[in-house]
Design a protein around this ligand. Structure first.
Ligand code: 4AD
Ligand code: MG
Length: 454
């Protein structure tokens, strides 16, 4: 007999004389003459209530089964007379797959702290909160693909092993096959230094200048030694790149993508989101709905600096034209001043990467960051410098060798076009969608300084 997922059993339109489901016991309650088992298989937040009559072989099979045990239940799906659920299952036959010793199984029915659950990341997907978080993660990824597919962006895969430092920040993980102590990189596997990628942008640009519109969605690695709730050493980035496009087009893309995802998740993950709204971040649903109600704000960096300087706030980091925005500034703008997502654009060139297109004022570049409430920077991107002479001069100005960028410069040498792209941090997006305040709790197995267990 086929196995039915609990989500499908709970959404049944009619009773069913025989159904088979599998799952883990969330709770068992023994009453006079029968036993209630709340079964969850991870397909949805809700449990399926199974009723097992005493004196049956099914009941005997349950003898030692407690919270955490894995079962298969075959039985009749009937309308539930009890409150709280439409359907329940009358068990006819039970197969026990695996027991969970109540003395040692850590997920007994009670509230556990996020810290505690991080220490048992291999088991936390079996809790309501993390099950919901990872289902939303999956649906969010689907929404990303749907969005780009509808706009005719080609999905591309950019390399994870690379010799370049796209962002120029030097926060890279080295990859080597040299024995410890040997430092001569010419003897290494690739005959030069190799790193894990911090961004697939440079390769995405090359592909966009052939395919027109591309996006990548993959893991990126940063060895920033910053222990914040918003930084992970391994995180996923969505990087669209568009040929024949400028900063204006890019801002539109970023806003539309963000809106599409919020809409999708509100529609498809209603039950899971309700859990977060009730227990993790009261007001989450209202905040997400409000974000859709009006256009995102847009403000040039210079004006953002004025807003911050005139805010009367005592920021830990003072603001001047030329300073990089810190999370406290980003959050003030998005949460308090604009009370919605805001796109800040035209940043001073000194605080942005070499590839961003120079504006005519000689001071700023066509960069854009999208800042969102409670998180700060969600998206970072720019129109790219497509003029060969300007780009070569900028690379030289920054003390780098244009030869090292030969293929990237070739893209400007042959058939160069205005183009633009951004990177959206997938985990930060999930924090926005769920109200989870620590990036470690939207990643199934987070990697942060000092943590690589699991
Ligand atoms: O602003 P970033 O550094 O931009 C780039 O890497 C560009 N090359 C992307 C492009 O234009 N194709 O990073 C993009 C986004 C940030 O806005 C942030 O959301 C996320 O990636 N991010 C991180 N997320 C989690 N942990 C970290 N350590 C992150 N660093 C950046
Ligand atoms: Mg950035």
């Amino acid at each position: 007999m086929q196995r039915t997922l609990i989500i499908d059993a709970l959404n049944a339109t009619q009773a069913c004389p025989q159904l088979r489901v599998c799952g883990w016991i969330r709770t068992r309650r023994d009453a006079k003459g029968f036993c209630f088992v709340e079964l969850n298989d991870g397909s949805c937040l809700a449990n399926l209530q199974c009723i097992v009559d005493e004196g049956t072989p099914a009941h005997a099979a349950l003898a030692e089964a407690n919270t955490g045990a894995a079962l298969q239940v075959t039985g009749e799906l009937v309308a539930s007379p009890g409150k709280g659920q439409q359907w329940e299952m009358r068990a006819q036959d039970i197969t026990l797959f695996g027991l969970a010793d109540p003395e040692t199984f850590p997920l007994q029915k009670k509230r556990h702290s996020d810290e505690f659950l991080r220490g048992i990341a291999h088991l936390r997907a079996r809790t309501n909160k993390y099950g919901a978080a990872f289902r939303i993660r999956s649906e969010t990824a689907r929404a990303v693909h749907d969005f780009f597919h509808a706009r005719r962006f080609a999905l591309v895969q950019t390399p994870i092993l690379t010799g370049a430092d796209c962002e120029g920040a030097g926060e890279m993980f080295r990859v080597t096959t040299l024995p410890p102590g040997v430092t001569d990189t010419s003897a290494d596997f690739f005959h030069q230094q190799c790193n894990l990628t911090v961004s697939g942008q440079l390769e995405a640009e090359a592909l966009a200048l052939g395919l027109g519109r591309v996006y990548s969605f993959g893991p990126t690695f940063r060895a920033e030694n910053s222990n914040t709730p918003r930084h992970a050493a391994e995180f996923w980035m969505i990087e669209p790149e568009m040929a024949f496009a400028d900063l204006e087009d890019l801002m539109e893309l970023g806003e539309s993508l963000t809106r599409h995802i919020i809409e999708h998740v509100l529609r498809v993950c209603a039950a899971d989101l309700k859990l977060f709204d009730s227990f993790v971040d009261k007001g989450l649903l209202e905040r997400l709905t409000a974000m859709l109600a009006q256009p995102f704000a847009r403000v040039p960096y210079g004006e953002a600096i004025n807003i911050l300087a005139n805010s009367g706030r005592d920021f830990a980091y003072p603001v001047n034209f030329g300073t990089d925005l810190q999370t406290e500034h980003e959050r003030y703008l998005a949460e308090e001043h604009f009370s919605r997502p805001v796109i800040v654009y035209d940043y001073p060139k000194e605080i942005k990467a070499f590839y961003m297109r120079a504006n005519d004022d000689g001071k700023t570049v066509a960069a854009m960051d999208m800042l969102v409430p409670r998180i700060g920077e969600l998206i970072g991107g720019s129109q790219r410098e497509e003029r060969l002479d300007r780009l070569t001069a900028r690379i030289t100005e920054l003390g780098q060798k244009p030869e090292d960028y030969w293929w990237y410069l070739d893209l400007r040498r042959y058939g160069s076009v205005p183009h633009a792209g951004f990177g959206l941090g997938f985990e930060r997006l999930l924090m926005l969608l769920t109200g989870i305040s620590n990036i470690r709790d939207v990643l199934p197995f987070p990697r942060t300084p000092g943590n690589i267990e699991f």
